[in-house]
Design a protein around this ligand. Sequence first.
Ligand code: NAP
Ligand code: MG
Length: 491
Amino acid sequence: MTQTNKSTERATEAKIGIFFDNSWHPSYNNRTIPVINPTNGNAFTEIAAGNAADIDCAVRAARAAFDGAWGQLSATERGRLLSNVGLLILEHFDELATLEALDTGKPMKQAKADITAAARYFEYYGAAADKVHGETIPFMNGFFVTTEHLPHGVTGHIIPWNYPAQMFGRSLAPALAMGNATVIKPAEDACLSSLRLAELCAEAGFPPGAINLVPGSGEVAGAALSSHPGIDFISFTGSPEVGSLVQIAAARNHIGCTLELGGKSPQIVFADADIEEVIPVVTAAIVQNAGQTCSAGARVLVENKILTEFTKKLSTAFSELVVGTPEMDLNLGPLINQTQHRRIKRYCDQAETDGVPLIASGRVADDVPAGGYFVAPRLYGPVPLDHPLAHEEVFGPVLSLIPFSDEEEAVKIANGTDYGLVAGVWSGDGSRAIRVGRRMVAGQVFINGYGAGGGIELPFGGMRKSGHGREKGFEALYEFSASRTLVIKHG
Ligand code: NAP
Ligand code: MG
């Protein structure tokens, strides 16, 4: 049996259920959602369509765990369990990578990188769990004041389809490290790796109820989770539109939330940058995961002095890109679904109608299956600043090239969208690179490099419409906890 068949079988086995108290249970309404293979548009298995009653079960299980065995564990014991998950992910590496590639259509090498990152989240937060210290605060004579960081209680997690396994780790591992009991609603378009990861968490030794998972649609299961009165905090990654709904639901329950809502991230290339180094990074930053990355480098701002040479080299790089199936393992795979496919096509059609020059495009491999959501990567430019391609998030392999004449103009254009997630600055002049980097409205700024999606250790999150709150690194541990100040009078 091939690895793909084994993974499909495993996915089908895990099937139609809601995961709480460390095992699968039938959903209340027994409804299902087909799981589509993005390389051919065919359904190959199905998942449960969880509803509000299922969410309620999962939240109750989480509450019981928080008030019970899970809540009693020490930080060191929690860390050990998280580290166990990291090891189990690596033990099941091929199975998980194949499942992820099957579900999302991404190239195998990307799926493997994603599973490595998922394991890293559990390793990192496993090691960090018992290293979150409070502080002592000088106060009036006769008092001793100290703080400690406490879990919120039950945390809700709504994750998108673009990096499902990574998102599972990114969202759950820090929440668990701090001692929260969790309920996760993965995206219906790609949740198979999350189903399997929930099982591996149980195998790692987590007490029942620490990790609960309800598959289902956003409108039903997602909305029920974000508005459930038993949730103490919610972490959301996805679109700005749904992010607003989640924040409204959180506000109604007077709880906090973090929102990670994507971007239109710029990379500024000054004339003194090392172009040979820039080209592959700028290309990879938009084609990685077929551009379906919140931190994709979707705009490249190029100094006029090097525009001709840079455009020529980037055009060559784009024309060499090939799209294919996971097994072909080329530069990029298909888009996730038909909606995304239509959306990207709409942007490209509009660019054509509006006369935005298409500088170069890659191609779809000849032998891909019919019915898949394949689209060739495209480089447009110069893109006028008032065109949607200059400021809207496309969430596909479409790069907008925008020229600039000086530092001031570059900064203005870079900061000129509603978003502020990541930015990159390329320059041989170190002072300028730092100066400009520090003016970027973005949660992460790369100087002479760009790491779309990378870096478990690096705090990550948005400004403006890109959302608020920080994930990754130690900052995530503070998001998933609240401080308590203890004021002791000793006379
Ligand atoms: P989305 O609708 O915001 O989905 C993100 C998550 O929210 C999914 O789990 C989704 O569930 C859930 N959801 C949907 N409606 C909900 C609701 N009313 N209440 C609570 N949860 C809800 O994003 P999308 O439709 O997948 O993608 C649309 C656009 O969002 C993309 O084109 C892109 O611009 C952006 N996006 C950004 C990121 C990012 O990493 N920042 C990731 C993905 C998408 P279901 O999908 O199961 O319905
Ligand atoms: Mg799928």
